[in-house]
Write a protein that binds this ligand. Structure first.
Ligand code: GLN
Length: 483
C-alpha cells in the first residue's frame, strides 16, 4: 500500500479495496519500523490518527467524502495542531501544546484526511540541512549519511521513505523545494498569499508560504486543493477563486515557452546536475515545448537581500518568545531582565540567535537605510527581472540546488556555504512567485531536482508542466532501496 500515490490510495479507499483504518495502521507500523533510523517524525499521533481514520471510514461509506478523506498525511511541526505539541524544531516550544489548529490543518481535517504526526524541521525553519533541529537531524532515506535538506527535511524524508504518502512543508527561501530535490520527491511553493499562514509559526512573514510535498505533481495538486484559498484570519491571504488544480494536469505542452536563465547555469553548479537539467528540458522539447535563454540580471543579489530581509523579519517575529507568553522559561529568574535573557538564551539554538542578531542590527537606527531599505529595493529589482522574463516565456526552468544532498557536518560550521545551497530558490520567495521542484535523475546515487518557476498564481500551469513530464519519465517512482 505504501508504494501507492495519494491519487491511487484515494481510488483504493473509494473502491473499498481497503479501509482508512487499514491504511492508517499500515503507515503507523511503517513509522514505528523506520522512524528511529530517519528521525523524520518528532511526534506520532497514533491515537488521533486511528480515531480520524474510523471517522473517515464512516464518511466514505455514507458517501460524504472528498478526495482526501481517509488519506494519511503528516504536518510539518511549524503548523499549530490543537492539543498536540507544536515545537517548530525548537527547545523554546518543546512544551508548547497549541490551543488551536492552523488553517491548513483545519482544512485537512475538514476534508477528512488523517494526521499521522508532526514532522521534524530546522529550528524555526532556519536552515538547509535539518541540522539545526533541537530534536537532532533527519536522515536522507537515500543515504543516511547525507542531509535531507531543510528546513522541511522531515517532510521530504517521510514522503521519500514512504512512511507518509504526503506532507506539508513551508518555504521561506527554498525549504520545500530544496529538501524535495535532496530526497527525490515533488514539492510546490505556492504564490505568496495562496495558502493561509494563520497558525503557521512565523519566520519571515513576507516570504513564508506553506505548500504540499508528495511523490507526484498529481498528488501535490490534490493536497494544494485542500490547502489553498482565502482566509480572513491571514491579512495577506489573497481573495480570489481557487482553480481546479487537477482539471488541467493533462493539458498539452505544445507551444509551452521555457526560459533557461543564464545566471542559473554558471559557476558553482555541479556538472552532473546541469547535464540532467538539460536532459529534462530536452524531454520537454519532445512534448512540444520551445526553449530560449533568458536573463535574471539581479539574481546574484538575491542571497544578500534575503539574508537581510529574512533575519529582520525573524528578529521581530521571534520577539514574542520571551519566557512569559509561550514556551521555555528559565529556572529561578532573579528579575524580569534575567527571565527574558536566560529564557531566550536557553530556548534558542545558535542559528536562530545568529539570525536574531543580524536582524536586530539591520533594523537598528542608522543601519536601517543602509541595509534593510536597500534590501527591499533589491527585492523590487528581482521581481522586475522575473516580470521581464515572463513576458517572453511561460515558465522558467533550472536547478533547485547547486549540489546533491551533502554530508552531515559538511556545511554546518560555515553559515555562508550553507546559505548558498538556496541560491536558486530564494529569489522566488523575494518575488512572491510559485516554484516547484521535481526529480529528474540521480548523481552520485542521490536524487537531483529541477526547479520550475511560474508567474503569479500559475500553480495550475506548473502542476500541469510537472505532471506531463512525470507521465513520460519514471524518476518520481524510484524508491530508496532501504525503505
Ligand atoms: N535555508 C533558508 C534559510 O535558512 C530557507 C529556509 C526556509 O525556506 N524556511 O533561511
Amino acid at each position: 500500500m505504501h508504494n501507492k500515490t495519494i491519487a491511487e490510495l484515494a481510488q483504493g479507499l473509494h473502491q473499498k479495496q481497503f479501509s482508512s483504518l487499514e491504511l492508517t495502521t499500515h503507515f503507523l507500523q511503517r513509522i514505528q519500523e523506520h522512524n528511529k533510523r530517519l528521525n523524520a517524525f518528532v511526534t506520532i499521533t497514533d491515537e488521533l490518527a486511528l480515531a480520524q481514520a474510523k471517522e473517515a471510514d464512516d464518511r466514505l461509506s455514507s458517501g460524504q467524502s472528498n478526495t482526501l478523506t481517509g488519506i494519511p498525511i503528516a504536518q510539518k511541526d511549524i503548523f499549530c495542531t490543537q492539543g498536540v505539541r507544536t515545537s517548530c524544531g525548537s527547545k523554546m516550544l518543546d512544551n508548547f501544546i497549541a490551543p488551536y489548529n492552523a488553517t491548513v490543518v483545519e482544512r485537512f481535517n475538514q476534508a477528512g484526511a488523517v494526521m499521522l504526526g508532526k514532522l521534524n524541521m530546522d529550528e524555526f525553519a532556519m536552515g538547509s540541512s535539518n541540522e539545526t533541529s533541537y530534536y537532532g537531524p533527519v536522515k536522507n532515506p537515500w543515504d543516511v549519511g547525507a542531509v535531507p535538506g531543510g528546513s522541511s527535511g522531515g517532510s521530504a524524508a517521510a514522503v521519500a521513505s514512504r512512511i507518509a504518502p504526503g506532507a506539508t512543508g513551508t518555504d521561506t527561501g527554498g525549504s520545500i523545494r530544496q529538501p524535495a530535490a535532496f530526497c527525490g520527491i515533488t514539492g510546490l511553493k505556492p504564490t505568496y498569499g495562496l495558502v493561509s499562514r494563520w497558525g503557521m509559526i512565523a519566520f519571515a512573514s513576507s516570504l513564508d508560504q506553506g505548500g504540499p510535498m508528495a511523490r507526484t505533481a498529481e498528488d501535490c495538486a490534490l493536497m494544494l486543493q485542500t490547502m489553498a484559498g482565502f482566509d480572513e484570519k491571514d491579512s495577506t491571504s489573497v481573495n480570489r477563486p481557487v482553480a481546479d488544480f487537477s482539471a488541467t494536469l493533462n493539458d498539452s505542452l505544445q507551444g509551452l515557452r521555457i526560459g533557461l536563465p543564464k545566471e542559473f547555469f554558471g559557476e558553482g553548479l555541479d556538472h552532473d546536475i546541469a547535464k540532467l537539467i538539460h536532459e529534462a528540458v530536452a524531454e520537454y522539447e519532445k512534448l512540444g515545448a520551445t526553449v530560449k535563454e533568458v536573463s535574471l540580471p539581479n539574481m546574484n543579489l538575491s542571497g544578500p537581500a534575503y539574508y537581510v530581509v529574512a533575519p529582520a523579519e525573524c528578529s521581530s517575529n521571534l520577539a514574542r518568545f520571551d519566557g512569559v507568553r509561550y514556551g521555555h522559561r528559565c529556572e529561578n529568574p532573579k528579575d524580569l531582565a534575567d527571565l527574558y535573557t536566560r529564557s531566550r538564551g536557553e530556548g534558542f539554538g545558535a542559528e536562530v540567535k545568529r539570525r536574531i542578531l543580524i536582524g536586530t542590527y539591520v533594523l537598528s537606527a542608522g543601519y536601517y537605510d543602509a541595509y534593510y531599505l536597500k534590501a527591499q529595493k533589491i527585492r523590487r529589482l528581482i521581481s522586475d527581472d522575473f516580470k521581464q522574463a515572463f513576458q517572453e516565456v511561460d515558465v522558467i526552468m533550472g536547478p533547485t540546488s547547486p549540489s546533491v544532498a551533502f554530508r552531515f557536518g559538511e556545511k554546518s560550521a560555515d553559515p555562508i556555504s550553507m546559505y548558498l545551497s538556496d541560491i536558486y530558490t530564494i529569489a522566488v520567495n523575494l518575488a512572491g512567485l510559485p516554484g516547484m521542484s521535481l526529480p529528474v535523475g540521480f548523481s552520485k546515487n542521490l536524487p537531483v531536482g529541477m526547479q520550475i518557476i511560474g508567474d503569479y498564481f500559475s500553480e495550475s500551469r506548473l502542476l500541469n508542466v510537472a505532471h506531463e513530464y512525470q507521465q513520460v519519465t519514471g524518476w518520481h517512482d524510484k524508491a530508496p532501496a532501504e525503505f
